[in-house]
Design a binder for this molecule. Structure first.
Ligand code: NAI
Length: 324
């Protein structure tokens, strides 16, 4: 098990109890330098920033690994074609708690709009001035949800409960959202009309840099963008320009395209070597969390239980419903 944190360990130890499975938990990230540590493991359990590209999968197969078990929903970090060629089964956790990520998305929207991140620091510092903390009523605004799968569907419902006009972009419209009055539109229409845009679609070749200089220019001037999907849905350099010009009014990120070098570690004593990220951090209208959308007790327990079940199913020779 790579990239293991204490909060993973607790859930996995509980889920594995009573099953014929020995877990060797490593805090290191899986990549071509660390893959030798998996030598002899039947299955390798990885997370969002582990590298399961073809050369790493080659080395895993040579070391006897037959299963790669993602303990997350997204699988953009796995070369599925190489896995198939090598006879490695890839399983994931398609759904653990869509509420966790959806609620975090709403938390980011509300915090960013009402400047809670800045207000908290001001009050702690004895500064009770309100200048610069003006927000807007979310009620009555137009919100666009890009991707209304398990997570986006809940985000859309929650925004509807906030009395937003909800637009949605997805090739597969959700019946319940249509019944609520959510309007499915094309991306350009959503960007033109929305005051709040939230990205809840997966990262694929089609959605890579879905938000780039061209689509930023289509956005309503001063709109808020929230990304809790995957970092590379947004071209961050173009986003910096959008923020500097005011075309993008505010930005909340739980994911960042170069997060692999930053997130999940304490780097408070280091100099951040990523100038794009460092520039984002200086902006008062940017709120960043370090990929914690999934981090609820319920989601962690569900991730561990599904992953253990996936590995045991594959090991028994059966086909897991969560196989890619
Ligand atoms: P899902 O597969 O249930 O839904 C994704 C939806 O996006 C589908 O309805 C699909 O039709 C739609 N879609 C695909 N391409 C699109 C496009 N070009 N434009 C608009 N819609 C498009 O996935 P789920 O569970 O809702 O998760 C969504 C994403 O959230 C995951 O792929 C993952 O990257 C991210 N995620 C982030 C987490 C975090 O901690 N921040 C945790 C879990 C997932």
């Amino acid at each position: 098990m790579f990239s293991t944190k204490p909060y993973d360990r607790r859930g996995f130890d509980a889920a594995a109890e009573g099953h014929p499975i020995d877990i060797e938990a490593l805090d290191t990230r899986l990549d071509r330098h660390t893959v030798a540590l998996a030598q002899g493991a039947d299955a390798v359990c990885i997370f969002v920033n582990d590298d399961a590209s073809a050369p790493v999968l080659d080395a895993l197969a040579a070391g006897g690994t037959k299963t790669v078990a993602l303990r997350c929903a997204g699988f953009n970090n796995v070369d599925l074609e190489a896995a198939r060629r090598l006879g490695i089964t890839v399983v994931r956790v398609p759904s653990y708690s869509p509420n966790a990520v959806a609620e975090h998305t709403i938390a980011l929207i509300l915090s960013l709009n009402r400047h809670i991140h800045r207000a908290y620091n001001r009050v702690r510092d004895g500064n009770f001035a309100l200048d610069g903390l003006v927000g807007f009523d979310v009620a009555g605004k137009t919100a666009a949800v890009i991707g209304t799968g398990q997570i986006g569907m809940i985000v859309a419902r929650l925004l509807w409960h906030f009395r937003c006009d909800v637009l949605a972009v997805d090739p597969y419209p959700d019946e319940h959202l249509l019944e609520l009055g959510v309007e499915y539109v094309d991306l350009d229409v959503a960007l033109e009309r929305a005051d709040i845009v939230t990205l809840n679609c997966p990262l694929t070749d089609d959605t890579h840099h879905l938000i780039d200089a061209a689509t930023i220019s289509q956005m309503k001037s001063g709109a808020m963008l929230v990304n809790t999907g995957r970092g590379a849905l947004v071209d961050t350099v173009a986003m910096l320009d959008g923020l500097k010009s005011g075309q993008v009014g505010s930005l909340a990120l739980d994911v960042y395209e170069e997060e692999g070098e930053l997130f999940f570690e304490d780097r408070s004593a280091e100099i951040i070597d990523d100038d794009v990220f460092a520039r984002l951090q200086t902006m008062p209208n940017v709120l960043i969390t370090a990929h914690q959308g999934f981090l609820t007790r319920e989601a962690l327990a569900s991730i561990a239980e599904t992953t253990i079940a996936n590995v045991l199913t594959v090991a028994s020779g059966s086909v897991s419903p969560n196989q890619l």
